[in-house]
Design a protein. Structure first.
Length: 328
């Protein structure tokens, strides 16, 4: 026998020199849920270990993450029902606690990267990402609302705008609005291939943002499709996106690979709430070992071709690395 692949696996050091995929905490983006008020840290029941934070408690949490090597955060607002309406006007209101918090966070930690979410759903009384009339989610009527939201977020200090609504033409619309208002260096991480997935449940619990009627299938993609993801990617590139995102991640590793092979833009993958909750639940039952299953899961997303991973496990991964449980 001449060829013995096992020779390259004999010791840990040898395994390390042939390691193909390396995932650093700096490749991770940590999602955080923000709520108005003070002294609030309320756990999301369906996403154990994740909380709705008021700003005063979120700041030390961010500090802790920075010390662990996490530099990027994606922020989502949990908005009181009384502030929601059909046109999501609170999303760009001066008094919006999310915008004020962005400003405060960037003042305190100017070197971190803050990513936003641009979509109507946290602010919409209909619970949809676009403007609803007579049961229809209207595309072109939604764009000016997204534009105002994006400009307000840029003004508050967001580094990268994250349009997550899947309306057609939003990247170009938002890019033009940002440029016109002087925010040429604010990036756009487009939710390029965002699927109408059953795995967003815990997130919608966190924000109380589930659609009041119907589903999101007229704007989010059909899980059966991947060629269509290429079409979305090409459009986002020509419209000026700086990053392309695939969401969810684990059930769509083939789509991550497809976009990586067909684009020169950095590819982000959103390891969504339901995907994280599944693993957490299995570990809580003693059916899987968290310290092994969690890093393997994140590595698989990176290996598929994601340059950047948005995951609720970011902090735990960084902790494991600090404690020497993961070698880079
Ligand atoms: C809203 C949005 C959703 C997620 C991110 N932004 C939910 C949805 O589209 O219904 C889901 C993230 C997650 O499940 O972790 N546009």
């Amino acid at each position: 026998m001449l060829a013995r692949p096992r020779r390259n696996r004999v010791t840990e050091t040898i395994r390390d020199i042939v390691k193909e995929t390396i995932l650093r905490p700096t490749n991770l983006i940590y999602p955080l849920f923000l709520v108005d008020g003070e002294h609030i840290k309320s756990e999301v029941k369906s996403l154990p270990g994740n909380y709705r934070w008021s700003l005063d408690l979120m700041l030390p949490e961010i500090q802790e993450c920075i010390e662990l090597g996490i530099q990027s955060f994606i922020l989502f607002p949990s908005v009181d029902d009384s502030l929601k309406n059909s046109t999501a006007t609170y999303s760009y209101n001066d008094k919006n606690f999310y915008l004020k918090a962005i400003n405060a966070i960037k003042k305190k930690y100017p070197n971190i990267c803050l990513i936003s979410d641009v979509a109507m759903d946290p602010y919409s009384s209909d619970g949809h990402d676009g403007f609803v009339r007579d049961g229809e989610i209207l595309n072109d009527e939604t764009l000016p609302i997204l534009g105002k939201m994006a400009v307000a977020q840029a003004q508050a200090g967001i580094d990268i705008i994250g349009p997550s609504d899947m309306m057609d033409g939003r990247v170009e619309y938002i890019r033009k609005e940002l440029d016109e208002e002087g925010y040429k260096n604010v990036g756009i991480m487009s939710y390029t291939a965002k699927y109408a997935s059953a795995f967003y449940g815990p997130f919608r619990d966190a924000l109380d943002s589930a659609p009041k009627e119907g589903d999101k299938k007229t704007y989010q993609m059909d899980p059966a499709n991947s060629i269509e993801a290429l079409r979305e990617a090409q459009l986002d590139e020509t419209e000026g996106a700086d990053y392309l995102m695939v969401k969810p991640a684990l059930n769509y590793l083939d789509v991550i690979r497809l976009l990586k092979q067909n684009s020169n833009l950095p590819i982000a993958a959103y390891h969504v709430s339901g995907e994280c909750a599944m693993l957490t639940a299995a570990c809580q039952n003693g059916w899987l070992e968290y310290d092994k299953a969690m890093p393997e899961t994140l590595l698989s997303i990176k290996r598929a071709g994601a340059d950047i991973i948005i995951t609720y496990f970011a902090k735990d991964y960084a902790k494991m690395q600090r404690d020497g449980k993961i070698t880079l």
